[in-house]
Design a protein around this ligand. Structure first.
Ligand SMILES: C[S@@+](CC[C@H](N)C(=O)[O-])C[C@H]1O[C@@H](n2cnc3c(N)ncnc32)[C@H](O)[C@@H]1O
Ligand SMILES: [Zn+2]
Length: 430
């Protein structure tokens, strides 16, 4: 029965084995696992490359590994730990685990009760197994390694009612093909950690691609990397709603290494998604202001600067997530935990400390989507780029909400219109 459900050519990766007729497949759970590519072969000499992350030593061998993704792993572990503390249990499915470092960290740091580490690369068994063994436990105790297409393992888990509290999908590009099977294999109220590494798409250079992958037509806008996060969340909203679920982001994280867009979402059973947060975003090249439009405003989209006339200066993207990027309370708890562990705190001066504090600030409900880059303000104001700190205090003095953006260092999130930002920049210049 499972074979009939096997994905056909779900992945472009040639190393993924096509499921072969195998009598063992008749036993559903993990029946296709633990096979060496060449049965009964001698262990093959493999290249070892040892690294350390948060005090854990592991081997990356010849797997795909980026040390720059450590922050994304830190955030995942913090969120997972909070989940375990509040629910008292944590089962993690690391569906594209590479060398297994995430799995090891969920196991050791988040104290997961069980971690299923899966990767499609059948050559990675030894490296993943050795890394997980360094937790001090043997396979089948609190962890297990599988080497399958991610969609296949998640579908098997779903069919076996073997649900997970957290599913980590660390995929490449704008591959949204894992979303449906991940939501199926997720426990009710569980956490889904999704990825996009497609900066071309969020930059508006491949609207057909974003439409296909996330159901959003994305055009070039000044805050394109925030759009990348919103397009990813919107894509999950869309898939989840087909299945009768609602999703809310706990945190959204952009990193320029890659680039990588990562979002941790809580998936809950519910009615149709709140359409207030799933709509269209416009940016006006003339006045520099952005607006949000709901579905019932379609056909009436224009910028106030053009007297409600259709304007060529308007760029519209959507539908995508227009709501908050983070859950302020969750991020605050993550920051508290990070401080407890010595990963953050004013005396640590770590990037993680800065990131979590900026995310807390970005969660101010008065702040709209997008951000304003100070170079754009300067160019519109025809002045030199003002100092960020000076603009922040001027905006605060005038009663506007303002925060830095974790996405762009020279940008601000604010509810102040562009015309006022221009005035402030000009006044600061005098
Ligand atoms: C970005 S890397 C994972 C890195 C790892 N999570 C980490 O934090 O170091 C993506 C991994 O996905 C695996 N992969 C690619 N397509 C896959 C598929 N369809 N199913 C399962 N694994 C796949 C690759 O072998 C690769 O190890
Ligand atoms: Zn305008």
């Amino acid at each position: 029965m499972l074979l009939a459900l096997a994905p056909k050519t779900l992945s472009p990766f040639s190393f993924l084995p096509n499921p072969k007729p195998n009598p063992k497949n008749q036993i559903p759970k993990f029946a296709t696992l633990n096979q060496n590519p060449v049965p009964n072969s001698e262990p093959i000499d493999r290249k070892c490359e040892y690294r350390t992350e948060r005090g854990l030593k592991f081997d990356t061998g010849e797997t795909f590994f980026r040390h720059e993704s450590a922050t994304g792993r830190d955030l995942g572990v913090l969120a997972a730990t909070l989940y375990k503390k509040s629910r008292g249990k944590l089962r993690v499915l690391d569906a594209l685990c590479g060398c297994g470092i995430r799995s090891l960290r969920y196991l050791v740091e988040a104290e997961a009760d069980f971690v299923l580490a899966n990767d499609g690369n059948v050559e990675s068994r030894d490296v993943i197994t050795e890394n997980l063994r360094s937790s001090g436990e043997e396979e089948e105790e609190r962890w297990k390694v599988t080497l399958m297409d991610a969609n296949r393992i998640m579908t098997e888990c779903y069919l076996n009612r073997d649900f997970y509290d957290l599913i980590d999908i660390d995929s490449f590009g704008s591959d949204s093909s894992f979303l449906r099977s991940a939501i199926n294999a997720l426990r009710m109220d569980g956490l889904l950690y999704v990825t996009s590494t497609d900066g071309f798409s969020s930059g508006g250079r491949r609207p057909q691609q974003t439409l296909a992958a996330y159901g959003a037509y994305v055009r070039p806008m000044p805050y394109s990397n925030e759009l990348g996060l919103r397009m990813l969340i919107g894509g999950v909203v869309r898939v989840a709603s087909v299945m009768g679920y609602r999703v809310t982001p706990l945190f959204s994280y952009y990193s320029y290494h890659g680039p990588v867009f990562r979002v941790m979402l809580r998936v809950i059973r519910g009615k149709l998604p709140d359409s207030r947060h799933y709509g269209f975003i416009s940016y006006c090249r003339d006045c520099g202001n952005s607006h949000e439009f709901s579905w019932d405003e379609l056909g009436r989209i224009s910028c106030p600067c053009s007297d409600s006339k259709v304007s060529m200066s308007l760029v519209v993207s959507g539908p995508l997530w227009t709501g908050p990027l983070h859950d302020a309370a969750y991020i605050t708890d993550m920051l508290t935990l990070a401080k407890e562990w010595g990963w953050a705190g004013s005396d640590t001066g770590t990037d993680l400390d800065k990131l979590l504090n900026t995310m807390v600030a970005e969660s101010d409900p008065r702040l709209p989507f997008g951000f304003i880059n100070l170079d754009e303000v300067a160019s519109r104001a025809k002045v030199n780029s003002p100092a960020l700190k000076a603009v922040v205090s001027a905006l605060q003095k005038e009663g506007y909400a303002v925060s830095r953006s974790h996405i762009e260092s020279n940008a601000l999130k604010t509810n102040c219109p562009m015309s006022e930002c221009i005035r402030i920049a000009q006044e600061l210049q005098q």
